[in-house]
Design a binder for this molecule. Structure first.
Ligand SMILES: [Fe+2]
Ligand SMILES: [Fe+2]
Length: 254
C-alpha cells in the first residue's frame, strides 16, 4: 500500500541499515523502521477494513444470487485480511489498529483516497472495475512489500495474496461478460473514468517528489513508485484493449 500522504518519516543518517536484514520482532529494530512499518501496515489495515466494508455494500449491485454470494465472500475476505494484519504483524509490533483506525472513510490520514468514495459504487460495472484496478494495485504493492525486512508482515502478505488473485480474476471474468452488451460497455466506461485516476494515485507521488521513498528503499520495501505504476498500467491494459476501452491516463506508459 502506498504511503497515503507520502509523509512518512524522512530517512535519518542513523539508519544505515542493510535492506537484507530480517526482523522477527520489534525489539532490536531501528526506530525509524518501526515507525515506517507501523504507519504503512496501519494504512494497509485501514484499506483492507474499508475495502471490505465498501464491498459488502455492493451486494445489492450484483445481477444474480450467485454473484451476490460472491460479493459477500470477497467483502468478508477483505475484512479477513484486516484481521490477519491485526493478529499477526501489528500484534508483534504492539500496535492496536482499532485505536488508530480511520473513524470514517472521509478521514484522510491513514486510508488511501480510492477507499474514500463508497458512493461511486453505483453500478455492477463499478464493482468489477474496482476488482480489476484496485485489487490489482494492492497485489502489485504487496508483492514489493513482501521482500521487506519484517517477517511477520511478509507471512501475512503471503496469506492475503492468494485471495487478492481471486478478486482480480473475478473482475476480469465479469468485465468480459458485461462488455458483451452496449449498456454494459457504457457502464464499464464510466467505472473506468471514476476509478482509474484514484487507482493510479494509490502508487504515491512520482519518485522525484517523494519524501518517503528513500526510507522505503533503505529497508528494501519499495524500489520505485514510477516503476510500480508503469507495471500496473501494463497489466490492466490488455483487458481494456480487448473490450475497446480507452482512457487518456493510459496513453502515456509512465
Ligand atoms: Fe485485501
Ligand atoms: Fe481484494
Amino acid at each position: 500500500m502506498a504511503d497515503s500522504n507520502d509523509t512518512a518519516t524522512s530517512g535519518s543518517a542513523s539508519g544505515a541499515t542493510s535492506g537484507s536484514r530480517k526482523y522477527g520482532n520489534a525489539s532490536d529494530m531501528p526506530r525509524e523502521l518501526f515507525g515506517l512499518l507501523t504507519q504503512t501496515i496501519i494504512t494497509q489495515w485501514n484499506c483492507e477494513y474499508w475495502g471490505g466494508m465498501n464491498y459488502l455494500q455492493c451486494i445489492q449491485l450484483a445481477p444474480t444470487l450467485a454473484e451476490r454470494k460472491t460479493v459477500a465472500r470477497i467483502g468478508m475476505e477483505e475484512l479477513g485480511h484486516a484481521f490477519i494484519l491485526e493478529s499477526g504483524p501489528l500484534k508483534v509490533l504492539g500496535v492496536n489498529p482499532w485505536i488508530q483506525r480511520a473513524l470514517s472513510v472521509q478521514y484522510q490520514a491513514n486510508i488511501l483516497k480510492i477507499f474514500q468514495f463508497p458512493d461511486r459504487f453505483t453500478t455492477w460495472a463499478h464493482f468489477l472495475m474496482y476488482n480489476h484496478l484496485q485489487d490489482r494495485s494492492a497485489a502489485i504493492q504487496l508483492a514489493e512489500f513482501r521482500g521487506g525486512p519484517f517477517e511477520p508482515w511478509n507471512d501475512a502478505i503471503r496469506k492475503i495474496e492468494a485471495e487478492e488473485g481471486g478478486h482480480i480474476q473475478h473482475g476480469e471474468n465479469g468485465i468480459r461478460e458485461l462488455a458483451r452488451t452496449p449498456e454494459g460497455r457504457a457502464d464499464l466506461h464510466f467505472a473506468l473514468r471514476d476509478w482509474l485516476p484514484l487507482a493510479l494515485d494509490a502508487f504515491g507521488v512520482p519518485d522525484e517528489q517523494s519524501r518517503s521513498l528513500a526510507l522505503y528503499r533503505r529497508y528494501g520495501l519499495k524500489k520505485s513508485n514510477n516503476e510500480a505504476r508503469r507495471r500496473f498500467k501494463e497489466e490492466i491494459r490488455p483487458l481494456l484493449d480487448e473490450i475497446g476501452l480507452r482512457h487518456p491516463l493510459l496513453e502515456n506508459p509512465a
